[in-house]
Design a protein around this ligand. Sequence first.
Ligand code: FES
Length: 105
Amino acid sequence: MTKIVFIEPDGTQKTVEALEGASLMLAATMGGVEGIAAECGGNCVCATCHCLVLEGPVESLSEMGEDEKDTLEFSAEKIFENSRLTCQLEACPEMDGLVFKVVGK
Ligand code: FES
């Protein structure tokens, strides 16, 4: 099982287990991570699953697709260099140890 760390908006750190092939948004919401509303259910529309990639095996992350870029641009309040929509990231064993900071929207 792939372990992913999320730092919630208040600074609380939570480690969740992500099933291979499932989105990191799903792993976070199932794991009770605060601050990820996932209003669109993972359809890359709402940007409420917005997180920042802080550290870990960042090379394991897929390239950002056009849909993700557009949604971040139009729906997120602010975009950072390390912004990602976690519903667009599919868990794989190589991601073990990644750390994200939750932004929400
Ligand atoms: S859950 Fe809506 S964009 Fe990710």
